[in-house]
Design a protein around this ligand. Structure first.
Ligand code: PLP
Length: 369
């Protein structure tokens, strides 16, 4: 890639292919792979990512909200799309755009069936979400008789899959809890299958579940963060490659004399002569204020340049006293060599939060490295 001339988020499709193949290598050929492309494919570009994954024959997509699924359908994505968190106001559109809802409560089941019936649907695919310990969304095991009863009275919908979500699959100190969730899910699946009279696809593993609990792959697995290059552990990270590189440039360099301050609220005071570089990226682009005052950094000419003072809306100033650089030089916020998980750890956050927060103002540039 040529050097950046503006703030951009570069997306490397070859890194995506690499990560897809690594995840596939961890599951049996009979197990389907669902790619989670919610939140603009974790802050990247859901259409570009979904198109590439479709060429790799991914089995399913998932988004969080109906509007995200609509964007994929508008871009001619044909693969089935599970909507993880639909709300009744979007049910009509969910059906109109061939999106498959996660059904997580009695109320949602009733209301979706009503919409499917009003639109004369037969066997419209739905996905039943069960809570096994996350306490976020999902039916309880004792609601299965209600589900079976509702389903016996209609042919408008058909259970394509039943699933659950692990609360701590990346945390091996919570192994007993995760195994407990997996066992509950197995029990739920058996009861559901016997009460509705057919076996839906079963799935409960996110990326860390795929990597840490091979016994819990069932019929399908759901990968988000792994596809974008993070495995939540050092060993797997060796094989995965972050797909995104957030780059910007040095707009201006200031020589700050001892005793002068830099930025809003005089967040930095120079205790010695300091060279400060101003970059066109700020909290409105997804760099939280909590990275200010030296907590966060960018990489310029392979050296770390810590953030000076407060993060502004559209700019940060970084310390380049010790770095040979000039106006127009490239600065890397994160990428394959300046990992988003390390930067996010500096403010007690996680890669997920940093990469999904890069705002739509930052131009996405798709490439193959
Ligand atoms: C976001 C999400 C995933 C993806 O999790 P990763 O840790 O990114 O692989 C899987 N399943 C559900 C229900 C989700 O909400």
């Amino acid at each position: 890639m040529p050097k950046a001339t503006d703030t951009i988020l570069e997306l490397d499709l070859n890194a995506l292919d690499n990560n897809y193949k690594y995840i596939i290598s961890k599951i049996s050929p009979a197990t389907k792979l669902l790619a989670v492309v919610k939140a603009f494919a974790y802050g990247s570009d859901s259409v570009a990512i979904a198109k590439e994954l479709e060429t790799l024959n991914v089995d399913y997509f998932a988004v969080a909200y109906t509007t995200e699924g609509v964007a994929l359908r508008d871009a001619q994505i044909k693969t089935p799309i599970l909507v993880l968190h639909p709300v009744p106001a979007n049910f009509e559109e969910t059906v109109n755009r061939c999106l498959e809802p996660s059904i997580y409560s009695k109320k949602i089941l009733k209301e979706f069936i009503a919409v499917a019936e009003s639109k004369n649907q037969i066997d419209y695919p739905i996905h039943l979400k069960f809570d096994t310990g996350l306490n976020r969304l999902g039916f309880e095991i004792n609601e299965i008789p209600f589900i079976a009863e509702m389903l016996s009275k209609t042919n408008s919908v058909k259970v394509k899959s039943a699933f659950s979500h692990l609360a701590a699959s990346e945390d091996l100190s919570e192994k007993d809890f995760s195994v407990g969730q997996i066992n509950s899910f197995r029990k739920i699946s058996e009861q559901l299958t016997s009460q509705i009279g057919y076996k839906p696809l079963l799935h409960c593993s996110n990326t860390s579940g795929i990597l840490n609990y091979p016994e819990a792959h069932f019929d399908m697995v759901r990968s988000g963060i792994g596809l974008y290059g993070f495995g939540n552990d050092k060993e797997h990270n060796k094989h995965l490659k972050p797909i995104g590189t957030l780059k910007t440039i040095i707009s201006q360099i200031h020589n700050v004399a001892e005793g002068e301050s830099v930025g809003y609220n005089r967040g930095f005071f120079a205790s010695k002569p300091t060279r400060s570089a101003t970059l066109p990226i700020g909290h409105a682009d997804g760099i939280p204020r909590s990275y200010g005052k030296g907590k966060g950094w960018v990489t310029i000419n392979d050296k770390k340049a810590p953030i000076l003072g407060n993060v502004c809306m559209d700019m940060i100033m970084v310390d380049v006293t010790h770095i040979e650089c000039e106006e127009g030089d490239e600065a890397i916020v994160f990428g394959p060599s300046a990992k988003a998980d390390e930067l996010s750890a500096a403010i007690n956050s996680i890669s997920y939060e940093l990469i999904t927060a890069i705002s739509q103002r930052v131009k996405r540039v798709v490439c193959r490295k």
